[in-house]
Design a protein around this ligand. Structure first.
Ligand SMILES: N[C@@H](CCC(=O)N[C@@H](CS)C(=O)NCC(=O)O)C(=O)O
Length: 349
């Protein structure tokens, strides 16, 4: 090889090496998008299964738009993948429709006051995301009956929705306590509530958050009480169809990102002031500079900036939808772990 040729080879090698070392930490993360993620991108819309009749969690408002705590997690995932929290098509689902909807793949994800249980995890073939609300089953009744414990409902009847964990738990509770309570089942939330209000049963049972929601929006909230017993654990959160772990990771880390934002005090209002933060934890969460964040998920590296700006952090989501129902966080398991609760995100690194 001539001297000139050798020089050219050396230059070419040097350029290649500079290229390699100039690759940012973000580019170095290679992620193959899952089938659902790709479908959402191609469609330009996320299809999310929700409740349409549960004030605070999932409801169609007077303007015909879906809103609520569960709905906001659909919006957050759409913002994460598509950069637009409004790019969601909602599919209202009753309790009994949920299994088929997640198994058939007609929805990309579900965020609908759905309890994570062993049998659902296995037989629905779904991937459950992080718990967004720690609930428990309760019993609602009329204050004028003067009942102060579920044990005093012996001989009464109770209205319950079919196809729910609620239906199974009330049967266990009655058997375990040797009570004589007749259980009346109804196909969905509104019909269960209306049956109770019209006098078909002396009491009704569902998740305590659901009871709080119906009672708060009833004609006379003061006429109703929630009995002290908590019959079960009902960890509620989003889920997605099995087979696409990459999409499930996006849901998981979007929820964790919302929780981390609350822990760091980053809100939709003040996020701009964090864009030049030197705090490494904040840098990683927001994907600032060379920090890797969304790149791990095949998303825009600063995806959490978009999510927080458009939807708010976990605390903002909670306050917006659940605080008006009287579901305060302080002193409950739904408080941040910094305040002694269970809302806790693993490290964003
Ligand atoms: N968390 C329980 C119960 C969920 C549930 O279906 N709750 C009722 C009452 S709060 C509801 O959302 N009903 C509305 C409907 O099915 O249309 C489960 O996952 O089975």
């Amino acid at each position: 090889m001539s001297k000139k040729g050798l020089l050219l080879v050396v230059i070419a090698v040097l350029i290649a090496l500079v290229g390699v070392f100039a690759v940012s930490a973000q580019d170095a993360v290679e992620v193959e998008l899952g089938e659902i993620t790709q479908r959402v991108i191609d469609r330009g819309e996320l299809i999310c299964g929700v409740n349409q009749a549960l004030e605070g969690f999932g409801l169609v408002n007077d303007a015909g738009e879906f809103e609520g705590f569960d709905v906001d997690f659909c919006r957050a995932v759409a913002a994460a993948i598509l950069g637009d929290a409004n790019a969601v098509s909602y599919r209202p689902l009753t309790g009994t429709e949920r299994q088929a909807a997640i198994q058939s793949g007609e929805i990309d994800m579900m965020s609908r006051n759905t309890t994570y249980t062993l049998s659902r995890d296995v037989t629905w073939g779904a991937i459950f995301g992080p718990t967004t609300f720690y609930d428990g089953q309760g019993i609602g009744t009329w204050a004028e009956l003067g009942v102060s414990s579920a044990m005093e409902l012996d001989g009464a009847s109770i209205c319950v929705q079919a196809g729910t964990t609620t239906e199974l738990n009330i049967a266990d509770f009655i058997t375990a306590n040797g009570l004589d309570i007749s259980v009346q089942t109804y196909p969905d939330g509104p019909s269960t509530w209306e049956a109770f209000v019209s006098g078909a049963c002396e009491a009704w049972t569902t998740d305590k958050s659901g009871i709080a929601s119906y009672h708060a929006t009833s004609e006379d909230p003061g006429a109703l009480v929630i009995l002290p017993e908590t019959l079960s654990k009902e960890p509620l959160g989003p889920l997605s169809p099995g087979g696409d772990e990459q999409f499930a990771e996006i849901i998981r880390w979007t929820v964790y990102g919302l929780i981390t934002a609350e822990e760091e005090g980053i809100t939709s209002e003040n996020i701009e002031s964090f864009m030049d933060s030197e705090d490494p934890n904040i840098g990683r969460l927001l994907g600032l500079g060379e920090n890797v964040s969304g790149a791990y998920l095949g998303l825009a590296n600063d995806f959490m900036v978009t999510v927080i700006s458009q939807v708010g952090n976990y605390g903002e989501i909670y306050e917006r939808s659940l605080a008006p129902l009287g579901l305060t966080r302080a002193g409950t398991v739904n408080a941040s772990y910094l305040d002694g609760g269970l809302i806790y995100a693993p490290p964003f690194r």
